[in-house]
Design a binder for this molecule. Structure first.
Ligand code: BYC
Ligand code: FE
Ligand code: FE
Length: 468
């Protein structure tokens, strides 16, 4: 582990002078991007952050105060697996690639760029949230997520620089040029161009959109291109915390709501959120996140699988047939305007296979939230996968949250019942008009966490702001 290098890494960067120079050239551009597009405010305040110091499962993290621009962003790959073999697709059983196979170069680069693009995008989306932070604890968690997404960007920039020559360098620069929501140079995937202007959105995003990240990373961790696999395996260890932030954030919101309901109080009268508004934010971010899996039937997905570049989560344990040439997936798709049942060749249905695993995982999060609501008569539900979709076979049509097709006029009339309205957003904004920055204090709409970070007390000074 070279932790004291300019770029901390476990890839022996110092033995490859050319690569080291290229990355040291990219680094100031990254820092300039962070200054411009990273969190607004608090850049000079010490934040109690976790930094990667080793890649083994037993305690890779080190906690200390650090100013965000001084964060030790580095390049960390999970340890190699000896004699690893390609686990699926046409090259099943052959040794994994340590260099980019020429025939798959463009496809692979595109996958890496798509993954890499989401990381800085999320930082950009979340950059104004500090001004409405519900507590120092939450502020710190936001910044932790932000610096780690920054590190995920480093991970993909490393692959582009190391394995894709000149065009890789250009792609790595472009990752710092696109901007979330920008009319001329937007981020690649739709959900990453949506603003995240309040903390309810932030917690829903880290629950649902970071969870897409988990599933995409699980699929890429299976890749026959070993450097990508190792990179994604280590990223997954960081991803778990992002989903914890989201899921526990919503759980704490719901906790407050449930307290009000049990006491026979209207949640809004106590400065909390009613179940309806939580459900509408959930509907919005869940449906956008479903879109991130791509079309139900996809030749791209078939190609990713066939070429051994992107597999299914835990391919070896979960599946017997690693070629997936014979199986079919039964699904409803639109054909000439009519919904019909189709047997889709399994390889072309890989996006849906991944989406299935994701939906199941999301349902578990909802079950945990609903336990907090027990006894109140209220519950949260996942809307139908058809609801509010912009990619795939259901895009361009209207469905209610139960999945019944409706006409566009009905959808528009019901929109405010199903998706966050301007009034909802205004209400949530009003709750965050002032940040709560006193240690141990929490905004009215969110319960304190059960415990602090890294065994620290809940009223710990997680961000040492406003200090001389
Ligand atoms: N928005 O064959 P199709 C994360 C495009 S999140 C806009 O149906 P495919 C994170 C598609 O590119 C994980 N465009 O889909 C989370 C294609 O374009 P072309 C990110 C979309 O290609 C929180 C066309 O539609 N990682 O890490 O099988 C914070 C038809 O596509 C969208 C990855 O995504 C969309 N939602 O699947 C921070 C992994 N969906 O070819 C980080 C890498 C589809 O017609 N990416 N399109 O020009 C992939 O594996 C695939 O590109 C996708 C799309 C799964 C995204
Ligand atoms: Fe990430
Ligand atoms: Fe993440």
């Amino acid at each position: 582990m070279d932790l004291h290098e300019k770029i901390p890494n476990n890839v022996s960067l110092s033995s490859d002078r050319r690569l080291q120079r290229a990355l040291e050239e990219w680094q100031p551009h990254f820092l300039a991007w962070w200054r411009e597009m990273g969190p607004e405010g608090f850049q000079d305040d010490p934040v109690y952050l976790r930094t990667a110091v080793s890649v083994d499962a037993s305690g890779w993290a080190h906690f200390d105060y650090v100013r965000m621009p001084d964060y030790r962003w580095g390049i960390f790959l999970a340890e190699p697996v000896a004699d690893r073999r390609i686990g699926f697709g046409d090259d099943y059983g052959k040794p994994v690639w340590h260099e980019v196979p020429g025939a798959h170069r463009t496809t692979l680069r595109r996958l890496i760029v798509t993954q890499g693009d989401t990381e800085p995008a999320s930082v950009e989306q979340q950059r104004r949230l500090a001004a409405s932070a519900p507590s120092l604890y939450d502020l710190r968690n936001l910044f932790q997520v932000n610096v780690e997404e920054g590190r995920h960007l480093w991970a993909m920039a490393y692959l582009l620089h190391t394995y894709f020559g000149r065009d890789g360098r250009e792609e790595a620069r472009d990752l710092l040029e696109r901007r979330s929501g920008h009319p001329d140079k937007p981020r690649v995937l739709a959900a990453f161009n949506e603003p995240i202007e309040d903390w309810v959105s932030f917690f829903m995003f880290t629950t649902f959109t970071d969870r897409d990240g988990k599933y995409q990373l699980l699929a890429l961790a299976e890749s026959g291109f070993d450097p990508l696999s190792r990179t994604c395996r280590f990223m997954l260890t960081e991803e778990a915390h992002h989903m914890f932030v989201g899921e526990s954030g919503v759980a704490r919101i719901v906790e407050r709501t449930a307290e009000c309901l049990r006491a026979g109080r209207e949640p809004r009268a106590a400065g909390a959120l009613d179940v309806g508004i939580v459900q509408r934010y959930l509907n919005f971010w869940y449906s956008l996140s479903l879109d991130l899996f791509g079309g139900e039937v996809s030749t791209n997905a078939a190609q990713f699988f066939g070429t051994g570049l992107k597999g299914r989560p835990r391919e070896e344990e979960r599946h017997q047939d690693h070629l997936a040439l014979e199986g079919v997936y039964e699904m409803d798709v639109y054909d000439e305007g009519r919904l019909v049942r189709r047997s889709v060749p399994l390889r072309s249905a890989m996006n849906e296979v991944l989406r299935d695993a994701y939906v199941e995982d999301c349902q578990k999060a909802l079950d945990r939230w609903n336990r907090r609501l027990a006894g109140t008569g209220a519950a949260l539900v996942l809307p139908s996968r058809r609801f509010h979709r912009h990619q795939g076979t259901f895009a361009g049509r209207c469905f209610d949250p139960d999945g019944r097709e409706i006409d566009a006029g009905t959808f528009e009339r019901e929109r405010a019942a199903w998706l966050p309205s301007e009034a909802d957003r205004a209400y949530v904004r009003s709750l965050g008009a002032h940040p709560v920055l006193e240690p141990g204090q929490f905004a009215s709409w969110i319960a304190p966490p059960v415990r602090g970070i890294n065994h620290q007390p809940i009223d710990f000074r997680y961000v040492r702001s406003n200090e001389a």
